[in-house]
Structures are given as C-alpha cells and as structure tokens.
Design a protein around this ligand. Structure first.
Ligand code: SF4
Length: 162
C-alpha cells in the first residue's frame, strides 16, 4: 500500500509559524489516515524551529537554489534561517525513505512545503512559480510531490480516488 508523507498542518496540527494548523477537509484524507497510509511531517520543526516562529521566505530564488547554495531563507527582520530549513528538508527526506513514502502531499506556498508557488522573498505577498526547500529535495530524490490543491492527482496516482 502506498504511503504518503503529509504536511502535519494539513492534518490540523498546530505547527505553523503562527501557531495554527491548516486542516484540509477531504474524506480521502480521513480514509488514508484510517488505512495507516499517512506519515505526518513538519520540516520546520524537524529543523528545530519553534512554534510560533517568525514567517520566513526564500530570498533570491527557489528551494532548489537554497539547496545549491544560491539563495537563502530569511525572516522579515533579516534573520538567516537557511540552515534550519535545509536540516528540516533532509530530515523529512530521511523520514520519507524510512517510512516507504513514494508520494508527498504538501501545503502550497510554504518556503518548506510549497511545490507550485512560493512567496518571492520581499514579504509583500507576491508569489512566484517554484518549490520550497523540502518539496525540492523530495522531488530531486524521486518522490512524487503534490500540493494540497492537487489531491485529485495524488488520489489518481495511488489508485485511491473513490
Ligand atoms: S513546514 Fe510544512 S508542515 Fe510545517 S507548518 Fe510549514 S507548511 Fe506546515
């Protein structure tokens, strides 16, 4: 049975920077959880950041650029949190491998978990097409990454649509 790495906040866990969760209400999630398919992860907590924590954005590129050393993750006050984000991404990849997850369902626009869009690093609300640090690392290692709004595609990929 396919196991799925999932952003812990999508299950309602209060791990986001603002201390909230962001539960995705979808009966398929409930079923997959009951089937034992879901492996929750919060890369930023695995990177030893706290809750709550300052919002962060990728400055100067995307998650792949951060992994390649060409961009940084910073808070609005300019604190460099790149190392924590990279550590969290590596820990999430390790968890996915140990748990046998070939797929991941991650909340979009996060500097860690975003896979379709991220914010542009100016803290102005502007977005660009790109992935966060964890999503980029997982995808680079062959894990199928889906944004929360792509759950239909994930369900089709694992043959569990009903
Ligand atoms: S790092 Fe991912 S799982 Fe953790 S709060 Fe941010 S979006 Fe949710």
């Amino acid at each position: 049975m396919d196991r799925i790495l999932i952003s812990a906040c999508l299950l309602g866990r209060p791990v986001r920077y603002d201390g909230n969760g962001k539960r995705l209400d979808d009966p398929r999630l409930d079923r997959w959880q009951a089937e034992g398919r879901l492996v929750p992860v919060c890369p930023e907590l695995l990177g030893e950041l706290s809750v709550p924590r300052p919002a962060a954005e990728i400055a100067g590129g995307s998650g792949a650029d951060v992994l390649a050393g060409r961009a940084r993750v910073v808070t609005a006050t300019g604190e460099d949190v790149t190392a924590a984000f990279i550590a969290g991404a590596k820990a999430a990849l390790d968890l996915a491998r140990r748990s046998g997850c070939a797929h991941a369902l991650l909340i979009d626009r996060s500097p860690s978990c975003g896979s379709v869009q991220i914010y542009d690093g100016t803290f102005s609300g502007r977005r660009l097409v790109g992935a966060g640090v964890t999503a980029a690392l997982l995808a680079a290692h062959g894990i199928g990454v889906y944004a929360d709004h792509e759950i239909d595609r994930l369900a089709a990929a694992i043959g569990s649509e009903a």
